[in-house]
Design a binder for this molecule. Structure first.
Ligand SMILES: [Zn+2]
Length: 67
């Protein structure tokens, strides 16, 4: 089964991962930006976890196994 909400969350996570990969460790202000992206990623993880557990009116996501 597919879930559009899950797909949306996962694509946002992939975008953040890509952004993180693009931040070179050599950048002077890279640390701060990296920390910010890490934080966004963590809250997105929490959101995905919540959605998987009870994102469908209190019920688990039918597409959870694909996350
Ligand atoms: Zn779902």
């Amino acid at each position: 089964m597919n879930c559009q909400v899950k797909d949306e969350l996962v694509s946002r996570l992939i975008a953040l991962n890509n952004k993180l990969n693009l931040l070179s460790p050599d950048l002077v202000y890279g640390d701060e930006e990296r920390a910010e992206v890490q934080q966004q990623r963590e809250s997105l993880y929490a959101e995905i976890k919540h959605h998987r557990a009870k994102g469908h009116e209190g019920k688990p996501c039918p597409a959870a196994r694909q996350v």
